[in-house]
Design a protein around this ligand. Structure first.
Ligand SMILES: [Zn+2]
Ligand SMILES: [Zn+2]
Length: 265
């Protein structure tokens, strides 16, 4: 029996752009037939709702409140709720799974980790890092940054993306043999569209977030719960996407600008 999980979502308690409470999300996903959800509010490098002037431990308590709100309702209605976070560097964002509240309270320096430190320290702490929506480009970003060397996998499908961004991510992931996940980036339940939320389909039920971390680090089978046509690349877009993937083989550059690369190629 497959088990369905949301891997990417935000609450209004901890994300400035969040609209739903944790409880509202939990009720919606339970009704949609999900086994569980992983709350990934925007951390302090991104669009956090937490006041950066507050003492560190207080900030961590507030940051966890979105997850805790969902967890309380999940426990009541029978939905598994796990904790994660989404950190922003220069517009490129990372879903981080497997950190505890105690760990975060003890590591205020995590706010200033570089991408490399982030991967190393999260691994040391028993967690993993997934680059979120790698091909998304928005007004607040100067370029696409593909940082596969600083993550354990990529989010191939994101409900908030343009479909072409997901098709490119999937093509890149397949070419490079990357671990791929899917999520809704849900800020406001219910999500738009007839399909419902995106997510991952797992063969075993998660008993903790560490189970999910192990699945990613061990490259176990992860099913993607997305519409069938999501990864179909329009013929005219194919060359660009292929160039993006090849650019990643260049080890000399830590951060590759796919957009620049496409223009150069
Ligand atoms: Zn947001
Ligand atoms: Zn997000």
């Amino acid at each position: 029996m497959p088990y369905l999980y949301e891997t990417h979502m935000h609450t209004c308690l901890a994300s400035a752009c969040g609209r739903s409470t944790g409880k509202e999300h939990a009720r919606y996903y339970k009704e949609a037939g999900f086994t569980g959800i992983i709350m990934t509010d925007h951390f302090f490098g991104g669009n956090t709702a937490v006041n950066r002037e507050l003492p560190w431990e207080e900030r961590i308590d507030l940051f966890w409140s979105g997850y805790e709100d969902a967890k309380e309702e999940g426990d009541r209605i029978g939905l598994d709720v796990f904790f994660g976070l989404e950190q922003n560097h220069s517009g490129d964002e990372y879903l981080i799974y497997g950190l505890s509240k105690e760990y975060m309270k003890a590591h205020p320096e995590m706010e200033h980790w570089t991408r490399r430190q982030q991967l190393e320290e999260v691994h040391k702490a028993g967690g993993c890092v997934i680059q979120a929506h790698p091909f998304r480009i928005r007004g607040y970003m100067d370029r696409i940054r593909l940082c596969t060397q600083f993550c354990d996998g990529i989010e191939a499908a994101n409900l908030g993306n343009e479909p072409l961004d997901d098709a490119r991510a999937f093509l890149m992931g397949r070419e490079l043999g990357l671990v791929m996940t899917a999520g809704s980036d849900n800020h406001n339940s219910p999500v738009p569209g007839p399909f419902g939320p995106y997510g991952v389909v797992l063969e075993k039920r998660l008993t903790s977030i560490q189970d999910y971390v192990r699945i990613i680090l061990n490259k176990c089978n992860i099913g993607l719960h997305v519409p069938e046509e999501r990864f179909i690349l329009p013929a005219d877009a194919e060359p660009d996407a292929r160039h993006c993937a090849f650019a990643l083989d260049d080890q000399e550059r830590d951060i590759l600008s796919a957009k620049q690369w496409m223009q150069d190629s």
